[in-house]
Design a protein around this ligand. Structure first.
Ligand code: PAF
Length: 281
C-alpha cells in the first residue's frame, strides 16, 4: 500500500493507474478507523480496481467549541487496518497541503437548505467544511466513485446535492450503517463512552426502531417525535434533536410522505452520538 502526503504525488500515482484502465474508488475518512470504515474500504473494492483512502482531520468542519486538537490521530494503526483490507493507496495530506492559504481565504462550497437543518443547526458551518473538503478531495483524487457511510445520512445528502449541483463526475455509493451486536452504530466517538454510557448508548437505535414501528402503525410524525424525545431523556440521553423528515429534502415529514428518514442526535456526557433509520411508508 502506497502512503502519500503530497497532492502532486497523489495525482501522478492515480494517473498511472488510470492509464492502465483502472477504475479509481475513493473512501474519504478522518482516520481513527474502526470496523465501519474497513467495511467501506472492502465495499470500495467491489466498485473499482484501485482503492484510495484519505485520512485528513479537516479543521474546516470543526466548530470553535469543538476540540479539533483532541481528535484522535492514529495513523500507524489506521495504515495496518487499511493494508489488511487491501487498500491500494492512503493519502494523508497536511493541513497546509490542503489549505495552503489558511482557512480564512479559502473558497467555500456551501450546499443551501440541506446544510442548515439537524446537525447543521447544532453545528453551524460544519457542512460547509465537509462539502468544501470533499469537493477538494474529489478534485485531488478525481475518482470514478466514492463510498460514504449512511450513518452520516445528512452528510451523504449534502454531498449528493453538491455533486449534482456542481456536475462533479463521481458516482456516490452510500453504505448501510454498521452496528455492533447491541445495535449501537459503529462510530469513532464510541471510544469516548464509559462502560456505563456504553450500556445506555444502544437505546438511541432502539428508540429509532420504536419510532419506525409507531410510524408504520400510522401514527403522526410530530406525535412520534415527541414520544421518542421523552423516551430518550428517560433513558439518560441529553437530546439534541429527533426529527422525522422527508428522506430527500430533509424538511419535516408531512402526512403522505412515502420515504422518510428519522434522524437523531443525543449526548451521553460530553459524547454526541448520531443515528438514523430510513423508512418507506
Ligand atoms: O465522514 C467523515 O469522516 C468526514 O466528514 C469526511 C467525509 C471524511 C470529510 O472530512
Amino acid at each position: 500500500m502506497d502512503k502519500i502526503r503530497k497532492i502532486s504525488e497523489l495525482r501522478a500515482a492515480v494517473k498511472s493507474q488510470r492509464q492502465q484502465g483502472k477504475k479509481i474508488v475513493l473512501v474519504p475518512t478522518m482516520g481513527n478507523l474502526h470496523a465501519g470504515h474497513i467495511h467501506l474500504v472492502k465495499q470500495a473494492r467491489l466498485h473499482g480496481d484501485f482503492v484510495v483512502c484519505t485520512i485528513f482531520v479537516n479543521p474546516m468542519q470543526f466548530g470553535a467549541n469543538e476540540d479539533l486538537d483532541a481528535y484522535p490521530r492514529t495513523f500507524e494503526q489506521d495504515c495496518e487496518k487499511l493494508e489488511a483490507a487491501h487498500c491500494d493507496l492512503v493519502f494523508s495530506p497536511t493541513v497546509t497541503e490542503v489549505y495552503p492559504r489558511g482557512l480564512e481565504g479559502q473558497s467555500v462550497v456551501s450546499v443551501p437548505q440541506l446544510s442548515t437543518r439537524h446537525c447543521g443547526a447544532s453545528r453551524p458551518g460544519h457542512f460547509d467544511g465537509v462539502s468544501t473538503v470533499v469537493c477538494k478531495l474529489f478534485n485531488m483524487v478525481q475518482p470514478d466513485s466514492a463510498v460514504f457511510g449512511l450513518k452520516d445520512y445528512q452528510q451523504f445528502m449534502v454531498i449528493t446535492k453538491m455533486v449534482e449541483d456542481l456536475c462533479i463526475p463521481v458516482q456516490l455509493i452510500g453504505e448501510p450503517t454498521q452496528r455492533d451486536s447491541s445495535g449501537l452504530a459503529l462510530s469513532s466517538r464510541n471510544g469516548y463512552l464509559s462502560e456505563q454510557q456504553l450500556a445506555v448508548a444502544p437505546g438511541l437505535y432502539r428508540t429509532l426502531l420504536d419510532a419506525q414501528s409507531s410510524l408504520e402503525a400510522g401514527n403522526e410524525a410530530r406525535a412520534v417525535e415527541e414520544q421518542a424525545k421523552h423516551a430518550l431523556s428517560n433513558k439518560g440521553f441529553e437530546l439534541d434533536y429527533f426529527n422525522i423528515s422527508d428522506a430527500f429534502t430533509l424538511e419535516p415529514a408531512q402526512s403522505g410522505n412515502k420515504e422518510v428518514v428519522i434522524l437523531a442526535a443525543a449526548k451521553l456526557g460530553s459524547t454526541r452520538l448520531i443515528d438514523n433509520i430510513r423508512v418507506s411508508l
